[in-house]
Write a protein that binds this ligand. Sequence first.
Ligand code: OOG
Ligand code: NI
Length: 447
Amino acid sequence: MANNITADEIREKFSHAMSAMYQQEVPQYGSLLELVADVNLAVLENNPLLQQQLENADELARLNVERHGAIRVGKAQELATLRRLFAVMGMQPVGYYDLAQAGVPVHSTAFRPVDDTALARNPFRVFTSLLRLELIENEALRKKAAAILAKRNIFTPRCLALIDLHEEQGGLSESQANEFVKEALETFRWHSHATVDAQTYQALHDQHRLIADVVCFRGCHINHLTPRTLDIDRVQALMPEYGISPKAIIEGPPRREFQILLRQTSFKALEEPILFAGERQGTHTARFGEIEQRGIALTPKGRALYDELLLAAGSGKDNLSHQHHLQEVFSRLPDSDTLLRRQELAYFRYRLTPAGEMHRQSIKPGDDPQLLIERGWLVAQPVTYEDFLPVSAAGIFQSNLGGDGGSRSHGHASREAFEQALGAPVANEFELYQQAEDRSKRRCGLL
Ligand code: OOG
Ligand code: NI
């Protein structure tokens, strides 16, 4: 088809439409966007060097549109169809996250773009969790939940038809894409009518709040949409002024000169009025807000050190002392781009400078990038971490489920079962970062 529009364009339209819908549904999300935009502007004004670095690395343009969302589904077929739906927008499943260890009966992946240009354009990601019904101990309840889920269809017929069409044609025309965005949005919309009566809701809720959230509604409502900030500590401190009350602790690594991975904080879930079948009134808490600050992607070696230090640091109750403590513990992880690179702890994209371009013919595969950097021919730019962190995700889930999320589940991580439900393997995030680094080296003649 000649007039196909690209997956990048469809993703861009969709993430925009999703953001507009969520702003209407959860007005506090609008306040959060304003706050993040104000803080980002102030950071860039005060730090022209950072502004230049972000611009050079193609990171500045995407900053204002960058969001991630989260959804939870109840059955394999829903997950498999979501995979096909996100594929229309150039988003693939990356990574496997087992949350059962943290007492949350789900396992998850992130749908996201993987190409350099697609990421630079709009890196929209959706953290997608599949409920693990087998972790419900009460057999009668487990069967009841499965029966409710078996009956529902969270996609509109037209959405399914357009996904089929996309697969047959290998693309969509502009008008089909617009229709697709409108239809796909319906799956993620909030429904204040539960599909079950109050008693059923309560029984599922008593088993685990998350189960009620997944099972009792017509769709898989988007439960948060997260903008990216350049200074999460500042946003956390300013949230109360904007009428938002943050969770106590910022998850992830401490603040550093050179940001690594991902830091996140959220505001509490809203208590929202709902109507049960039979029209009894009640409330449901599921939807919340979150912000994040992203840094460099770590190699398996760097990540192992991160995991070790995070475990050693433990978790605190008050953010200020927790951050101080984290900073002490994390002093073992080098806080400079040069050291992270030379110790192979993090991923970089290489680019030739104008001087380097002039000497292109004297650069040979296998040359030491460090020498070329010192000579001014090459620059190394951090590869942004595009994924999630399981310990942080567990903290975000729990802060919005109340308490510690319930007892630890004994279920084993089951990546195979997840991939079977998904109908495809999940990509390995480390391989993707390595490929990005290798591609950049090849462009410079270093590989
Ligand atoms: C997902 C929680 C995890 C993140 O950013 O780590 C998450 C959920 O509550 O469905 O969004
Ligand atoms: Ni999130």
